[in-house]
Design a protein around this ligand. Structure first.
Ligand code: PLP
Length: 424
């Protein structure tokens, strides 16, 4: 990694000498490694350990026998790395974790039962009463709910600011800030947050706080926050990494020491949100085609966004792949492609949105994202209904916003369905 110390003057005022990590780091192929697509298929699994089976075995075992009492005790004490109980680790989960760490360029990973399991295990591990979390103004609905109804109840301070305004981030840091948390692109508004700039501000002004990025929307095929200065990456594997809408799973990626702490505290004791071996296997299968699928998702999303923006019924389109989008240049610097998610608003507002969604036939009215099927939903009444309507207004979630997850169908068929629904 080509890191360098430079003075930054980009926030209206000099904020001092900060660590800037060159955008060259997001080059998609490490010089000394196999390419991403190759590692997505081969990394961390040696078929000779499983009688040559091309795909890893699904280890359906809740417990593991010890050769001796001493070995069992050593495993519990962390002196012997073998498995001992599947709430902590499992051989199929192990392969998935090593592959995810490789693809995100982290030291280690912890796979979990869901994306919320990953977020909860991370936050509960790191935070204590009296600590502060600085959060972007908009995050996934259940993340918001966890912060508002979970952490605040246990004495954690939470504040929300607009992370695209770097001065606000600088002002928002407190002596007790332990986590700086955001998504990019943001669900559901598609705002783009400059990961490198946020990490630089936090690192140079508050070394104690960890920068946590939910990378669900981008996946490591498009964006690798750890190479841009983030400390921890979160995933809902339910989405693009699983890729087929047939499982719920999550993961955290970061340093070995942090992952060990999350595994032994947040996962083992505080949430118990362990991934099922079958889900771990299915995610490994999904990851094999991740790069290929992401390219098609992104291509379809770009076509949908460009088609929507010229449509007379459409008021606004939010997609970083549009050169007119406020996040376009930052997205271009930190993402390989612009992602498979698009948001938009109709001139007819909420009523128009309801009519349009009900008029679709091919596109499915459903939450979640990253599946083969194109999915459409209304965040204010669905994924982000955990915010009250006052909170939605304050956190930038418009009632007329519609969110599309571009699937893998032919773009022509997706656009034809949208056209028919808009005509109605
Ligand atoms: N993070 C983001 C950005 C999401 O969109 C979601 C779910 O939609 C989650 C986390 C939670 O993931 P899961 O549903 O797997 O718990």
């Amino acid at each position: 990694m080509a890191n360098k110390n430079i003075s930054v003057h980009t926030f209206g005022a000099t904020i001092g000498t900060v660590l800037i990590i060159s955008s060259k780091n997001i080059a998609m192929k490490n010089d000394n490694k196999l390419a991403f697509a190759t590692r997505a298929i081969h990394s961390s699994y040696d078929s000779s350990t499983a009688e040559g089976a091309l795909n890893p075995p699904i280890h359906m075992s809740s417990t593991y026998s010890f050769e001796s009492v001493e070995q069992g005790a050593a495993r519990f004490a962390g002196q012997d790395s073998g498995h001992f109980y599947s709430r902590i680790s499992n051989p199929t989960q192990d392969i998935l974790e090593r592959r995810l760490a490789d693809l995100e360029e982290g030291e280690a990973a912890v796979a979990t039962a869901s994306g919320m399991g990953a977020i909860s295990a991370t936050l509960w591990t790191i935070l204590a009463p009296g600590d502060h979390v600085l959060v972007d103004q908009t995050v996934y609905g259940c993340t918001f709910s966890l912060l508002e109804h979970g952490l605040k109840k246990f004495g954690v301070e939470v504040s929300y600011i607009d992370f695209t305004d770097h001065n606000q981030v600088l002002q928002g840091l407190r002596h007790n800030t332990k986590i700086v948390y955001f998504e990019s692109p943001v669900n559901p508004t598609m705002r783009i947050i400059d990961i490198c700039a946020i990490a630089s501000i936090v690192k140079s002004h508050h070394s104690d706080a960890r920068v946590v990025v939910d990378n669900t929307y981008s996946t490591p095929a498009l964006q690798r926050p750890l190479t841009l200065g983030a400390d921890i990456v979160i995933h809902s594997l339910t989405k693009y990494l699983g890729g087929h809408g047939d499982l719920i799973a999550g993961a955290v990626v970061g340093s070995s020491a942090m992952m060990e702490e999350i595994r032994l505290t947040g996962l083992k004791d505080m949430t118990g949100a362990v991934i099922a071996p079958l889900s771990a296997f299915l995610v490994l299968r999904g990851i094999k085609t991740l790069e290929l699928r992401m390219e098609k998702h992104c291509k379809n999303a770009q076509q949908i966004a460009q088609w929507l923006i010229q449509h007379e019924a459409v008021r606004q389109v939010y997609y970083p792949g549009l050169s007119s989008d406020p996040g376009h240049s930052v997205a271009a610097s930190q993402m390989r492609l612009f992602g498979g998610m698009v948001a938009f608003e109709l001139k007819d507002g909420f009523d128009g949105a309801v009519k349009m969604l009900n008029g679709l036939t091919l596109i499915k009215r459903a939450v979640s994202l990253g599946d083969s099927e194109t999915l459409i939903q209304h965040p204010a009444s669905m994924t982000h209904s955990t915010y009250t309507s006052e909170q939605q207004a304050a956190h930038g979630i418009s009632r007329s916003l519609i969110r599309i997850s571009a699937g893998l169908e032919s773009a022509e068929d997706i656009l034809a369905d949208l056209e028919r629904a808009l005509e109605k």
